[in-house]
Design a binder for this molecule. Sequence first.
Ligand code: PEP
Ligand code: MN
Length: 340
Amino acid sequence: MIIVMRHSSTDEEIQAVVDRLDERGFGAHVSRGAERTVIGAIGAQEAEKAALADSLKRLPGVEQVVPILKPYKIVSRESHPEAGRVRFGSAEIGGPKVAMIAGPCTIENREMLLETAQAVKAAGASVLRGGAFKPRTSPYDFQGLGEEGLQYLAEAREATGLPILTEARDVQHIEPVARIADAIQIGARNMQNYEVLRAAGQSGKPVLLKRNFSATVEEWLKAAEYIAASGNLDIVLCERGIRTFESAMRNTLDLSAVYVAKRETYLPVVVDPSHATGDFRAVPPMALAAIAAGADGLLIEVHPNPVEALCDGPQQLTPKRFEGLMDEVRKVAEAVGREA
Ligand code: PEP
Ligand code: MN
């Protein structure tokens, strides 16, 4: 079983839980995250679990005691029956409003980022995205501006008020990204990079976890559990298409994963139709389908001039197309009892 401590729990309260486990003959694995501490009880015997859980729940500083039934325990619906809400700065993901995360694939320079940020803000986006540390399939492709790009993101937030989301591709990127961004993106290629997951979990910032293109939903949820087990419950899942035998699109958008992830966990789920399809023309229909399927938000790549983009040009929307998509998203959101 897992004992999740409150935000405000003290060292003494954590020690008291460890001592209680010790008294009852159990080991304790303590994960101290920046946000909260999570304690795993090791060696719990089935027969003794209920009584132990009961006694732990009454200790000060304990938020919840989660029995181990699913392989992903902390993030499971069993442990949080209510759907969760996660904040990326001023934006809420998982509430009645569909969150629109938009921006360029890659921050190419200061001007294009500021221009895109202003445009997506004017159209109604709630979060600005943009890659500074890019995971490129070829080593010869543009790898991103790195820390310089983070500075431009901070400037764009200053200019627009939009919270910012950007990817950390490596453990060493977590600290600079967490220092500047409102939320950390873990990309598809790093979904099972356990050191990156742990470091993001300990960063104190919310995390958007993309599904790897070859991962089952269960593997994706176990990856989220790594972040949660490191003390960070502010996780948003992102479906971005998987590899199948179908080759008509860049990937196959798996909308059933939205349903399964929301049924199995309390985590908000967003959909990225840009990487899922690889084609700007397919982005609007898949975006609308995602909202209808219950997604809590969308991640859309927008570029002032996609033809000239250094990365993912064919799938990026122009600001004008994004504005048009927003109008459609509002209609579908309203039809399913939400807003955008
Ligand atoms: C991205 O969103 O910038 C990205 C690289 O996507 P993915 O990790 O899903 O390929
Ligand atoms: Mn991209």
